[in-house]
Design a protein around this ligand. Sequence first.
Ligand code: NAD
Length: 248
Amino acid sequence: MKRLEGKTALITGAARGIGLEIAAVFAAEGALVAIADLSAGEAAAAANDIAARTGARTLGLGLDVSKEADCERAVQETAAAFGKVDILVNNAGITKDNLVLRMKEADFDSVMDVNLKGSFLMAKAAAKLMLKARAGRIINISSVVGQSGQAGQANYAASKAGLIGLTKSLAREFAPRQVLVNAVAPGFIRTRMTEGLKDEARAKISELIPLGRMGEPGEVAKAALFLAGDDSAYVTGQVLAVNGGLYM
Ligand SMILES: NC(=O)c1ccc[n+]([C@@H]2O[C@H](COP(=O)([O-])OP(=O)(O)OC[C@H]3O[C@@H](n4cnc5c(N)ncnc54)[C@H](O)[C@@H]3O)[C@@H](O)[C@H]2O)c1
């Protein structure tokens, strides 16, 4: 029996990287998957690719998670296509790194808008259906730097730490209706977000990681799968670190 048979999932920022891998793993486990991303064309291409690889029903949606109307529309379109929304993964995220004294106010605001406010807006839109259904899972993709802090990433780390507070608050608020809310906090994972790192920085990071290497998107997707499926029925308000031991 596949682990997400009959479930429907909406995943933001899923046209590439960690989100794409989560979508592929969920589809392979039997879920109907809606892939939402900034570019409707790229989301549709990713959805077609996953459908071809897994045979699952998929849907591609264009949205900007920092816009409330887009979030509501994405939830409605997913429910219209699949009949319900069982699982929401708030994965869309951006970085605009700089040292604080050089960080522009606009760069602080845009990172907060996408990473933190976007997750709140998506959770709010999806919760309307989940609370009524008295079932649901919300998984927020935070980051190790939200737990440890990081020089040069004050905006990003604050948004990812904020996501942990959001996760715990939503978990408490929605628990009476059996809607479970958890976070995954990845460490350094090999995607486009980290490909800009210089070889020297990459080697230095790997030295700090007890497991001695960066992680793969599929390793984060497996943690999201656990939090989306029946195996985590008694888990809510938690932060699951997938970081090779970088932060304990
Ligand atoms: N790669 C890492 O090392 C790492 C570590 C910890 C956490 N994360 C988090 O994992 C998530 C995925 O990261 P990734 O490494 O796959 O990055 P990525 O840049 O490869 O993918 C991010 C996706 O989000 C989409 N996106 C950006 N802004 C959006 C918006 N406003 N609305 C909708 N979609 C939007 C992008 O188009 C892209 O497809 C992010 O939240 C990131 O912060 C990544």
